[in-house]
Ligand binder design. Structure first.
Ligand code: PPS
Length: 299
């Protein structure tokens, strides 16, 4: 396994508008195949705005379904090969669609960051289960900033205040956080097969959230097994685990920042100035005034 590389580690991709969303070519180059993706009824789509806990829940689901049946999977296959990133078209590894099409597992676990309106329609037509994970907007901003600094496949973030301004203006890759989290929240009203999880709840009580996930999925996993899973998906354990910490991905510069960075609620307090926080709160109030969705910025 070579790990994900990029043609030039020095030229970062530019953002451009695609179907109304700021995107980079790595996620649009394979668009026709993404749009026409053939979902199967037992597929599970893991959908998130970037940095909301995708890897965490991907690993939970992988262990719940395949932790016992395929031990070699746990030691030889990085999480991004087990849970294909649907819209990705990176050099070196097959596209997300190819990886998903060739997954030998049932169910197939598939990751996407696409906003709800761009999810391929076959997922809805097949009534697939969707696990959506949301995280508070301030901690996402901080996590995303550090990720963009260390990931040569992401657009150049600039300094923290530049990044934050762009993020508040909805000019980050995958567009406005507000629309993303609210889009899937609204979708729940007409599509009941969505389990909406919050990163903050997972930090507060991982065991409870694994339990809720099992009831959504109709799994009757024994409690000792669930306890083992809770230990395996602990931040410290995933950070040490080379199959979940992205350590083989060459496009990531771990000297700048680790992928498994802090895993906390409230790190925004170490980054936002008082003025930035006030401006953010003001805008947040406007953007979120029509939703019942609530987030915690500390636990
Ligand atoms: S990505 O690149 O969008 O797929 O990133 P994603 O996996 O969604 O989010 C990465 C952030 O999730 C944190 N993380 C965890 N926190 C707590 N416990 C566990 N087990 C865990 N696994 C991943 C990770 O550290 C990133 O958050 P920050 O705040 O940057 O640490």
């Amino acid at each position: 396994m070579e790990g994900i590389d990029f043609p030039s580690m020095h030229s970062r991709p530019e953002l451009f508008e695609f179907e109304g969303i700021p995107m980079v070519h790595y996620f649009t180059d394979n668009w026709e195949n993404v749009r026409n993706f053939k979902a199967r009824p037992d597929d599970i789509l893991i959908a998130t705005y970037p940095k909301a806990g995708t890897t965490w829940v991907s690993y939970m689901l992988d262990l719940l379904y395949f932790g016992n049946t395929a031990p070699e999977r746990q030691t030889s296959l990085p999480i991004y090969m087990r849970v294909p990133f649907l819209e990705s078209a990176f050099p070196v590894i097959p596209t997300g669609v190819e990886l998903a099409d060739n997954l030998p597992t049932t169910p197939r676990l598939i990751k996407t960051h696409l906003p709800v309106q761009l999810v391929p329609k076959s997922f809805w037509e097949q009534n697939c289960r969707v696990v959506y994970i949301a995280r508070n907007a301030k901690d996402i901003a901080v996590s995303y900033f550090h990720f963009d600094r260390m990931n040569m496949g992401q657009p150049e973030p600039g300094d923290w205040s530049t990044f934050l301004k762009n993020y508040m203006d909805g000019k980050s890759l995958y567009g406005p956080w507000y629309d993303h989290v609210c889009g899937y929240w609204e979708k729940k009203k007409t599509y009941s097969n969505i389990h909406y999880m919050l990163f903050e709840d997972m930090v507060e009580d991982t065991g409870r959230e694994v339990e809720r996930l099992c009831s959504f999925l109709g799994l009757s996993t024994p409690s000792e097994e669930k306890e083992r899973i809770v230990k395996s998906v602990h931040f410290d354990s995933m950070k040490q685990n080379n199959m979940t910490n992205y350590s083989d991905v060459k496009a990531l510069d771990f000297k700048i920042s680790p992928f498994m960075r802090k895993g906390k609620v409230g790190d925004w307090k170490n980054h936002f100035t008082v003025a930035q926080n006030e401006q953010f709160d003001e805008l947040y109030k406007q953007k979120m005034k029509n939703t019942t969705l609530q987030f915690r910025t500390e636990v």
